[in-house]
Write a protein that binds this ligand. Sequence first.
Ligand SMILES: Cc1cc2nc3c(=O)[nH]c(=O)nc-3n(C[C@H](O)[C@H](O)[C@H](O)COP(=O)(O)O)c2cc1C
Length: 124
Amino acid sequence: MSEPLLCKPFALGGMELPTRIVMCPMTRCRTTQPGDIPNALMAEYYAQRASAALIVSEATQISRQGQGYSFTPGVYSPAQIDGWRRVTVRSTPPAGACSCNCGTSAGCRTPRFTTASRRWLLPP
Ligand SMILES: Cc1cc2nc3c(=O)[nH]c(=O)nc-3n(C[C@H](O)[C@H](O)[C@H](O)COP(=O)(O)O)c2cc1C
């Protein structure tokens, strides 16, 4: 029997993936508080799935004003960036890649996460 297509290399947006197995983004709300910081539990979660060719992270806000749910990770403070570094160093697939899912949660944002100016900072 020939190798299934799923297990064959695949070119995606300039990346050469060893297979077509990609982990989709899934919000988990497991950050350390205060500060919405990626932590050891998240590092373990992604490391357990590192056999995928590509991991797309859970939705990640680029600013406090871009946050839609409680406890989702940010990627704008030094502590958050350091937390992500610890996650990705453990979870980058051997021959694959990790991608940050910059989320907007546009349909369900709460005023709690906006500043007095009510301006939202979102990825394009
Ligand atoms: C519990 C759960 C959390 C999810 N979180 C995210 C997320 O953080 N970002 C995102 O872009 N999509 C998210 N999704 C959408 C999934 O990535 C999507 O369902 C998956 O890609 C499969 O696509 P389909 O539902 O159209 O079949 C989530 C879905 C579920 C069920």
